[in-house]
Design a protein around this ligand. Structure first.
Ligand SMILES: Cc1ncc(C[n+]2csc(CCOP(=O)(O)OP(=O)(O)O)c2C)c(N)n1
Ligand code: SF4
Ligand SMILES: [Mg+2]
Length: 271
């Protein structure tokens, strides 16, 4: 029997706004299956987003949702989590949202290790506003703001998260939809700041002008370039040079922010 996504959707909000060939719908489904597999009460789940194409996702899911301001998904999520630590809080946003305008919120949430799951939809471009380059646009790639090729070095979101102190960091892609579901599920189960970078395709803003002949060719690029962690461990740096690794790339136990805050300051001080 076909999987019934409608139980988790605000069906009256469909059809969604995403372009044909955009991979955000695939990730939306992975996200729903991950949550469903945990059996959590919908009322205990809060999803926040910033502004961007992927940030429209909370509008379609039947949880408690906040579509906030550009770059501020994690800031709102932090407020919600501190106000009611029992809630399962998920902050999502694009590469622009999380590593450009919201980059400061991202690194400090990682440093604090607050118990929130951060999903970064990385399509290497500002999709919504017309393909300006973001901090993850590969060097040399075309963007409307880089008509001669992106001149800057780019962030590696996984390394940024690990370096900033996140206690769980994973990567997946829209092509690897079942793997993506698994990574999201593991992140949701982790106590502390968990980050999943999800490689996505924006055929309209990125693919068309960067020599991808079709949306399918962008998915096949993910298939070709992604290497599972176990396989990557047996490969040389040269063999990995034009690939990226997927899987759980960092996991550690360390004090979580709300527990530390409660122990030192007291969450209900003054009441
Ligand atoms: C303060 C502010 N600055 C700029 C914008 C314009 N803006 C909206 S979405 C966006 C970029 C979105 O890119 P990304 O976060 O990667 O999401 P995508 O659309 O690619 O999913 C920008 C610059 C805004 N809404 N608010
Ligand atoms: S512009 Fe790009 S990211 Fe936005 S909906 Fe279209 S394909 Fe997806
Ligand atoms: Mg983007």
């Amino acid at each position: 029997m076909a999987y019934d996504y409608s139980r988790f959707l605000r069906n009256e909000k469909l059809p969604h706004i995403w372009c044909p060939g955009c991979t955000y719908g695939i990730v939306l489904k992975s996200f729903i299956r991950a949550i469903d597999s945990l059996g959590w009460d919908k009322n205990d789940i809060v999803v926040t987003s910033g502004i961007g194409c992927c940030s429209r996702l909370p509008g379609y899911v039947d949880f408690n949702t906040l579509h906030t301001t550009h770059g501020r998904s994690i800031a709102f999520a932090t407020g919600v989590k501190i106000a009611n630590p029992k809630l399962k809080v998920i902050a999502l946003g694009g590469d622009g949202d999380m590593t450009a305008i919201g980059g400061n919120h991202f690194i400090h949430a990682c440093r604090r290790n607050i118990d929130i799951t951060v999903l970064v939809f990385n399509n290497n471009i500002y999709g919504m506003t017309g393909a300006q380059y973001s901090p993850t646009t590969p060097k040399g790639a075309w963007a409307t703001t880089a008509p001669y090729g992106m001149p800057e070095n780019n962030f590696d979101i996984v390394n940024l998260a690990i370096g900033s102190g996140a206690s769980f960091v994973a990567r997946s892609t829209a092509y690897h939809a079942t793997h993506c579901e698994k990574m999201i599920k593991e992140a949701l189960l982790h106590k502390g700041l968990s980050v999943v970078e999800i490689i996505n395709a924006c055929p309209t803003g990125f693919g068309r002008k960067n020599k991808f002949k079709s949306p399918t060719s962008m998915l096949l690029w993910m298939k070709d370039k992604a290497v599972q962690k176990a396989k990557a461990e047996k490969m040389s740096p040269e063999e990995l040079s034009d690939k990226f690794v997927i899987g759980v790339l960092h996991k550690e136990e360390k004090p979580e922010f709300i527990e530390s805050y409660d122990a030192t300051v007291g969450l209900n001080k003054g009441e």
